[in-house]
Ligand binder design. Structure first.
Ligand SMILES: Nc1ncnc2c1ncn2[C@@H]1O[C@H](COP(=O)(O)OP(=O)(O)OP(=O)(O)O)[C@@H](O)[C@H]1O
Ligand SMILES: [Mg+2]
Length: 411
């Protein structure tokens, strides 16, 4: 029998599928009790292109996590990414009509409905509607307007949409592997839960999740998301560049990248050498590590510059007091934080999932940011359900998650 107190994050990535099992211990705090990993071959640039292959990886990853935790999984929170993801900002206005002009939850529902009444093409669906701020009679910056008195209520929201078929294919893989999907969550929103602090979100922060097939970008300003995109280039491209330039197979290039790669020249000593293994009639040879850096650095710079251009267009670059957080497997490449710092002119760090008990050493890598974040997202979602039935306790985060629940009708 699947245990119903588990919160399971399932990250279906381009290079790996990863399942993380969270459960509450006797003291009531969340612990990670299982982590399962399986290589992924059924995705291209973040999107499922082979159902059979993906569902096998899903089943194996969950089975491995179940073995570790000794629990049976029934349902999961899964992530979505791909170049089809789009984020837009929108605004809605309503009149406050109730007794004494006191703003009620119904007013908030109506203003959110008004804000999300934007034209969305038939082939896309709304994944998230996240309030950024409420404005009551021209007074902005309000996170929770309920019980305030006013005549006019406005909401600014961030709406994230994605391709209907991509979401359906994800659902199909998980369902056919034998699991229910509680929710589909944008991968970068999940990663942010795990590696970006609330302070950084308040100060303004750029999250870049450097995956194998995609680079996911998420900007938080004043604690809420304002900009979301997914760029269809990731670490696999860096490996391909190396394979082509060094005339070596992909798996050798991948190993060289992980063991000796670097994307920031000042970090490489001039006398360091790297051995390129023999291929066919070509003998093994040693080349300067600087040569490897000369191949990788332009590709990583290109990815960062693409992101920078997007932010410059929206004038967000000057609003990032919390700096840059890099995560995903690509952030393990030596020099990513230094290069990002140089390209953006902002402080950058590599984001490791926050420690919250359990098998900390098993998930302490940027590779697990999304899966751990999905568990945190699931936990916040359950907490939001609990507080909604309670008295007047309300938090911004809970609000967001609750809204997500209302959007389930779209699936
Ligand atoms: N130590 C390392 N040094 C450099 N690159 C690394 C290292 N470890 C992993 N990577 C790279 O990270 C990428 C995989 O990252 P990650 O596991 O976050 O991707 P994914 O979630 O499977 O893919 P995506 O999110 O794009 O769908 C690969 O390109 C891999 O080469
Ligand atoms: Mg990923």
């Amino acid at each position: 029998m699947p245990a119903d107190n588990l919160i399971v994050g399932l990250d279906i990535g381009t290079t790996k599928v990863c399942a993380v099992i969270g459960e509450y211990n006797e003291q009531g705090s969340l612990e990670i009790t299982g982590v399962g990993l399986c290589p992924s071959f059924g995705l291209r640039r973040g999107v499922v292109i082979n159902i059979e292959s993906t569902l096998r990886s899903v089943a194996q990853a969950i089975e491995a996590a179940e073995m570790m935790s000794g629990r049976e999984v029934g349902s999961v929170f899964t992530g979505i990414a791909g170049a089809h993801i789009e984020g837009i900002n929108s605004r809605g206005v309503v009149a406050v009509t109730g007794r004494g002009r006191e703003i009620t939850k119904e007013d908030v529902d109506r203003v959110i409905d008004a804000a999300k009444a934007v034209v969305i093409p038939m082939d896309r669906e709304v994944l998230h509607v996240i309030p950024q701020e409420f404005i009551v009679d021209d007074q902005g910056g309000i996170k929770d307007p309920i019980d305030m008195i006013g005549i006019r209520l406005e909401a600014e929201v961030h709406i994230i949409t994605g391709s209907v078929t991509s979401a359906q294919n994800l659902l199909k893989c998980v369902n056919r592997a034998g699991f229910r999907v509680n929710d589909i969550v944008l991968q970068s929103l999940a990663s942010a839960q795990a590696v970006v602090s609330s302070d950084e979100k308040e100060l303004g922060c750029l999250l870049i999740d450097l995956g194998g097939g995609t680079t996911d970008v998420l900007v938080h300003l004043d604690g809420a998301p304002y900009h979301t995109t997914v760029i269809a280039v990731g670490g696999n491209q860096v490996t391909s560049d190396l394979a082509i330039m060094l005339k070596t197979p992909q798996d050798a290039a991948e190993r060289i990248k992980k063991e000796s790669g670097c994307c920031y020249m000042p970090l490489v000593e001039s006398d360091e050498e790297v051995v390129i293994p023999a291929v066919g009639n070509w003998p093994a040879q040693a080349i300067p590590r600087k040569e490897i850096c000369r191949i990788i650095q332009p590709r990583m710079t290109e990815i960062f510059k693409l992101v920078k251009e997007q932010l410059q267009k929206k004038s967000y670059l000057g609003m990032l007091g919390g700096g840059i957080v890099l995560t995903g497997g690509g952030s393990l490449l030596a020099g990513t934080a230094e290069l990002a710092q140089e390209v953006f002119g902002l402080p950058a760090r590599v984001g490791y999932p926050a420690r919250f008990g359990g098998l900390a050493s098993e998930y302490q890598s940027p590779i697990f940011a999304t899966a751990v974040g999905l568990v945190l997202y699931g936990a916040a979602s359950a907490a939001a359900d609990r507080y909604e039935t309670g008295p007047t306790k309300r938090t911004g985060e809970g609000f967001i998650v609750k809204l997500r629940d209302w959007m389930k009708e779209f699936f």
